[in-house]
Design a protein around this ligand. Structure first.
Ligand code: ZN
Ligand code: FE
Length: 259
């Protein structure tokens, strides 16, 4: 397989607040959709770019992520890549990948991380050479997924796998939840000047009806409360100075759920 060109990412809205992503490898003429939130916009995006769908890469089984799998597979005959530990809930799955594993996409290696917590078997795809992370509903801009199936300890363990990736990683998450996340983030870390600046930036983007996604991992590390249980300011706001990081994380998640 030829490899020389960087991956091209095409981002578009789906449903009420999801993002669809096409990932294109021009050297081998491969195109993946990250999740299948909604068939019509995915097909419209493919038509707009003149690309043919060869792969579906699923982060988790929820309907707004895998609901279009079967229809797209029937239409395109594409290969569906998903979580081995959640294979039973990924419609049409062909290739099962697991934590620490890789998937070769035209010579671009996607590293797979199990980032369970939102669901069991939720995975993230990390294209190291391209410095791109598809985080699904595990890590959002200024937020993290609700813990529908996992414990805080499991989610914190999952997020730590992303926390060690390089600061210049571009993070493509699955939802435009950033403005609501920002309101919560600033409430638990009001002294964080980088967060203050980011909130201003996010409000301006949303006022102009522009996406706040993707974001940069280094900025998430500096401003996302769910990556910052070690922040003494955050610990102080939530009343848990010196507590175990997993307990601070759990408290932060509970506060967000009730915010
Ligand atoms: Zn979900
Ligand atoms: Fe979702």
């Amino acid at each position: 397989m030829a490899i020389s060109t960087p991956l091209e990412i095409y981002q578009f809205p789906c449903l009420s607040d999801n993002y669809g992503y096409l990932v294109h490898d021009s050297a081998n003429n491969l195109t993946a959709t990250i999740d299948t939130p909604e068939v019509a916009p995915i097909n419209a995006a493919l038509a707009a770019k003149g690309w043919s769908l060869t792969h579906i890469m699923n982060t988790h089984h929820h309907y707004d992520h895998a609901g279009g799998n079967i229809e797209l597979k029937e239409q395109w005959g594409c290969t569906i890549v998903g979580s081995k530990s959640d294979a039973k809930r990924i419609p049409g799955i062909d290739v099962e990948v697991a934590d620490g594993g890789t998937y070769d996409f035209g010579g671009h290696t996607a590293k797979v991380f199990d980032v369970s917590g939102h669901t069991q078997g939720h995975i993230a795809f990390y294209f190291e050479q391209d410095a791109i992370l598809f985080s699904g509903d595990a890590l959002f801009a200024l937020g993290c997924g609700r813990l529908f199936e996992g414990t805080p300890a499991q989610m914190w363990e999952s997020l730590q796998k992303l926390l060690v990736l390089p600061d210049d990683t571009t993070v493509y998450c699955a939802h435009e939840y950033t403005q609501a996340n920002a309101r919560f983030a600033i409430s638990v870390e009001p002294q964080n000047t980088q967060l203050q600046a980011r909130v201003t930036e996010i409000n301006a983007l949303r006022a102009a009806n522009k996406p706040t996604v993707p974001s940069i991992l280094g900025v998430e590390k500096a401003t996302n409360p769910f990556l910052r249980p070690m922040s003494t300011d955050l610990q102080s706001t939530v009343g848990m100075v010196g507590a175990d990081l997993v307990d601070v994380f759990a408290k932060t998640r509970t506060l967000k759920d009730n915010f």
